[in-house]
Design a protein around this ligand. Structure first.
Ligand code: PRX
Length: 630
């Protein structure tokens, strides 16, 4: 059964109802799922602690809502279409029945290694269907998965293994990315020099030479050998943890955002069907990586709960040519396409040539996610990819929100370029000024908060509940603070303006400035650094680092290169600064606080109006940095 809305008036009516009677509203949506035992109470909450619980004492297994509930009718429908990095390698299709059997075998495999309910399993894998199989098998046996983006370094991986005290890692020998081959297992081995797990399960993807540690490492194909293709799912409580996903914040260390079972399931399916206006039989393609929240909610869980066919692509948009996306849309007759503004801008730079010769007429809906989409990219996407006939859903959400909170419903909500438009049913937004005063009415701008819980919201940060409270619930009383600036225009439409905290968004990847600074400071010649974001034509924001180095620096350009490599090895290549400027000092207040406002201005090249610099300890340093930049 689908709870899909069909008209604007239907949406407006539903929205009002969801606000007036949230519990009745969500109970109705949740009733279309299969619960082994129905909940006793829909919602219990307070934002002080925070303590948020949905569908209390409900018992279920999320994967039964993907498989058992639908197999009879959907068994032969493609669940996953996999498109490999190399166009010459055949694609693979797994029907719902085949996927179910793979998940069952791998569930047994995990259990044969002593992994069970509540254990943490790290998934560090390329974009292959087995990554989704591993996630679903964890969900089936009640293990908590934590997928780590396979582009992260061994240090980042080790930090996450340690933080969640992982019992096992599911990985692969290697990964194909464009014309590169990444030694995934070697990175895992390096991470395990600093920490340990009991079991490493290795999926063979590239066939490259790897080392296997006896007693700890085993091959995926050996482990599933002879395992039954049926499996009885573990009974979970609605509030049992489903997964942990690490994300960056204002402070140095990434935090493990925790999502639980019942609410996440209900919200991801409901939002998937409504935002994309999914109709049975549609082929849906989200280009995100499984290591990000989009890869969780709208590549695996939402689409599969809705019975959709979800396409997984292993490669990158520009390999072996800049028309690869369009070729895939044509090949698999994709109906719904969901990507990031960075990818759109990067492909826009190649012009319309690469689109020619590919039939994009199957497309019905286009989506955008991860960062603000600029008007130019919006129009290019609309005109050249959607041929002027596909609505664009600009979807705003976060790792912490679990699902899309502000977005047009495709073809229903009138769109405006660069606007995420209106909240989904159940989502109560508010805009506050810096002091926390609520700004009511239209034509206002401020910080975006949410005043009422929704089912897929963050429950805690793993192992450190106080951090969750501090980060999201303490800035403004009784409100969840998103960290984003927002404008509500004269029509009541929302436009996201970007982060107002020390988080930068590079190509849709979230990075904490402190995290990058800590990595830079690991270079032995670095004394201190300050990192800010600056506008970047393709990536949305680039990373600009101001670095004070040891005086004995003979060769600046090789030092700059070394610093970039240090960051790549500590965090991963995505965190490499785009620009590094060696400076004699940093603009600090008398209390030692770095004035980032000034550095942001310098980074973006507005070198004239610096505002008031009189409170600086050494105002002259600003002139020196500006001269250096020139
Ligand atoms: O600043 C917002 C931006 O991405 C942040 C969340 O990043 P992450 O947790 O990695 O999740 C990304 C995928 C949901 C937000 O705080 N952001 C996300 N979507 C949009 C956006 N900014 C503008 N428009 C969007 N559609």
């Amino acid at each position: 059964m689908s709870d899909r809305l069909h008209t604007l008036s239907g949406y407006l009516y539903e929205y009002q109802k969801s606000i007036a009677q949230p519990e009745e509203f969500w109970a109705r949506i949740a009733d279309s799922f299969y619960w082994r035992k129905r909940w006793d109470k829909v919602l219990q909450w307070n934002f002080e602690e925070p303590d948020v619980r949905w569908f209390l004492n409900g018992k279920l297994n999320l994967t039964e809502n993907i498989f058992e509930k639908n197999l009879y009718t959907l068994g032969e429908r493609p669940a996953i279409i996999w498109e490999p990095n190399e166009p010459t390698e055949p694609s693979r299709t797994l029907t719902y029945r085949q996927l179910f059997e793979e998940v069952c075998r791998f569930s047994h495999a995990l259990q044969s290694k002593g992994i069970g309910k509540g254990d943490r399993v790290i998934i560090y894998m390329p974009m292959v269907p087995e990554a989704a199989v591993a996630m679903l098998a964890c969900a089936r046996i009640g293990a908590i998965h934590s997928v780590v983006f396979a582009g992260f370094s061994s240090t980042s991986l080790a930090d996450r293994i340690l933080d969640c005290k992982a019992k096992a890692i599911v990985t692969a020998d290697g990964n194909y990315r464009g014309n590169k081959q990444v030694p995934v297992k070697a990175i895992v081995d390096e991470a395990l020099e600093k920490t340990s797990v009991e079991t490493v399960i290795v999926y063979r993807r590239t066939g490259q030479e790897i080392s296997m540690v006896s007693g700890r490492d085993c091959w995926w194909h050996d482990l599933i050998q002879g395992k039954p293709s049926a499996h009885k799912a573990e009974e979970m409580d609605s509030e049992d943890m489903l997964f942990i996903l690490y994300t960056s914040g204002s402070t140095g260390k990434p935090k493990g955002v925790v999502h639980t079972t019942g609410g996440y399931m209900v919200y991801t399916k409901y939002s998937f069907e409504n935002v994309f206006q999914y109709t049975p039989g549609d082929v849906y393609w989200c280009t995100a990586d499984i290591g990000w929240v989009t890869g969780h909610s709208y590549m695996v869980y939402g689409p599969l709960l809705a019975g959709a066919t979800t396409l997984l692509f292993e490669g990158i948009p520009t390999y072996p040519h800049a028309g690869r996306f369009w070729e895939i849309i044509d090949k698999h007759k994709v109906n719904i396409f969901y990507t990031a503004p960075t990818a759109i801008r990067a492909l826009q730079a190649f012009g319309t040539g690469p689109i020619e010769g590919h039939d994009l007429s199957s497309l019905k809906v286009l989506g955008s996610v991860g960062e603000p989409i600029n008007e130019e990219a919006w129009h290019w996407y609309h005109t050249h990819i959607g041929k002027g006939k596909c609505p664009i859903v600009d979807t705003w959400w976060q790792t912490e929100t679990g699902g899309i909170l502000i977005s047009p419903l495709a073809g229903i909500t009138p769109t405006k370029p660069a606007y995420a438009t209106l909240p989904l049913p159940g989502i109560q937004l508010c805009i506050v000024d810096a002091k926390g005063k609520e700004l009511t009415g239209n034509s206002v701008e401020g910080n975006l908060c949410i005043t009422f819980p929704w089912p897929s919201m963050i429950r805690t940060t793993y192992g450190d509940h106080e951090r969750c409270r501090q980060t999201y619930f303490s800035t403004y009383k009784n409100k969840y603070f998103t960290g984003d600036g927002v404008k509500r225009d004269h029509d009541g439409y929302y436009r996201i303006l970007g982060r107002v905290d020390d988080v930068i968004n590079v190509s849709g990847h979230r990075m904490g400035t402190a995290e990058v600074e800590n990595a830079i400071n690991e270079h032995p010649k670095v004394i201190e650094s300050a990192v800010v974001g600056y506008p970047h034509e393709i990536k949305g924001q680039g990373i600009y680092a101001f670095v004070i180095c040891d005086q004995s620096t003979p060769n600046e350009s090789s030092l700059v290169q070394e610093i970039k490599e240090t960051v790549a090895s500590i965090i991963g290549p995505i965190a490499k600064p785009d620009k590094i400027q060696l400076v004699p000092g940093l603009p600090k207040t008398r209390s030692g606080k770095i004035m980032r406002r000034i550095l942001r201005k310098i980074a973006e090249g507005s070198l004239d109006a610096m505002g008031d610099t009189s409170t600086l300890l050494d105002p002259e340093v600003v002139g020196k940095i500006i001269d250096g930049r020139k």
